[in-house]
Design a protein around this ligand. Structure first.
Ligand code: TRP
Ligand code: SF4
Length: 334
């Protein structure tokens, strides 16, 4: 029997290179050997975008196309939509009895997000909603609805996984052994920095290359990237290890060319503008096959819808089975 993997993505924007190198390549490796559920977490996305439903709806399709474009095979991976699985919402209600409000407030991921979202939740988080505070409970429902054993995530998600494990243990203690305690699978690539050297990447920061970016957008971003600040003139020697252009060359430039970038930079034989142009070319080339694959889906939206529908109906069967077991254990199987 194949082990079950579940992970989710909030549909709030297109995938960028950070997603690809951090998570995407990991998914591609896992898709052959596991029963793989990939959730488009639109309900979770609404917890901090409840006032912008158009954004979430648009990105459900965008992110699904991005996933297919990087090579996620819908024959192997069940890509499904969270809002179409009512059993997840149902489980969330039952699990919510097993979590204290103070434990949710102490969740480091929730805390960090609340601090970032002052506009939505107020300066001290005083306007935090019930829904947002409770999203870790709903995420526990996401995972357990499909008996997810392994959950591939970045390290920022570990507190959410811990919270899920606590819920599972408490459920099993009270109602008898029913749920499976999941384990995290950390992606082995450390988080990718933005072109400005920022640890966080995002659309609003303008420091990320999105898989859908065209040459013009890529150029603009790379031209603004942070290089070794001590290099003033074209022939000043510099240190590639503190240059974000080199950092990105390492991702998409082949070994020989990369060695040349490194040695020429150190020897003062390479100007930053030329170096950036070479990176732009390599990025464009790198993204070409991804864009080609994406095109097929862009031109055929009903195909995307069909893939989501198929994945969702498969997922729903699994979730229905879980809810039966849960209700039986809780003695509410009337
Ligand atoms: N919270 C995750 C994120 O923001 C998305 C997510 C939703 C998820 N449901 C999940 C991740 C279940 C792992 C398992 O990226
Ligand atoms: Fe960075 Fe290239 Fe300039 Fe060196 S030459 S500092 S690697 S952009």
């Amino acid at each position: 029997m194949k082990k079950t993997i579940l992970t989710g993505l909030r549909p709030t924007g297109n995938l960028h290179l950070g997603h690809l190198f951090g998570a995407g390549t990991n998914y591609l490796k896992l898709q052959d050997d596991y029963e793989f559920f990939l959730e488009i977490a639109d309900v979770q996305a609404l917890t901090d975008n409840f006032n912008n439903p158009d954004k979430v709806r648009h990105n459900v399709y965008e992110i699904t196309m991005d996933l297919l474009a990087i090579g996620i095979d819908p024959k192997k991976v069940h890509i499904f939509l969270q809002s179409k699985i009512p059993q997840i919402a149902e489980l969330t209600v039952y699990y919510s009895n097993l979590v204290t409000v103070s434990r949710l407030f102490r969740n480091p991921t929730v805390k960090a997000e609340v601090a970032q979202k002052k506009e939505l939740f107020g300066n001290d988080g005083e306007s935090i909603t019930y829904g947002f505070l409770g999203y870790p409970v709903s995420q526990a429902a996401d995972i357990t609805a499909f008996s997810g054993q392994l959950v591939p995530v970045g390290d920022d998600q570990l507190p959410l996984l811990e919270q899920c494990r606590e819920i599972v243990r408490k459920f099993n203690n009270i109602y008898g052994d029913t749920l499976i305690e999941p384990e995290a699978v950390l992606s082995n690539v450390t988080r990718l920095k933005g072109l400005d050297g920022n640890e966080k990447m995002g659309k609003s920061l303008g420091n990320a290359i999105f898989l859908v970016d065209n040459e013009e957008e890529i150029s603009k971003k790379v031209m603004g990237a942070i290089t070794d600040p001590s290099k003033i003139k074209k022939d000043d020697p510099a240190n590639p290890d503190i240059c974000m252009v080199y950092y990105y060359h390492k991702l998409v430039t082949d070994n020989d060319a990369l060695n040349t970038v490194c040695s020429e930079c150190k020897a003062g034989k390479r100007g930053c503008v030329a170096c950036k142009k070479e990176l732009i070319n390599n990025l464009v080339k790198f993204l070409e096959p991804i864009k080609d694959r994406r095109k097929k889906y862009e031109e055929n939206p009903s195909l995307v819808k069909e893939i989501l529908d198929d994945g969702t109906s498969y997922a729903k069967e699994k979730a229905a089975h879980t809810i039966d077991k849960v209700k039986h254990a809780m003695k509410i199987d009337y």
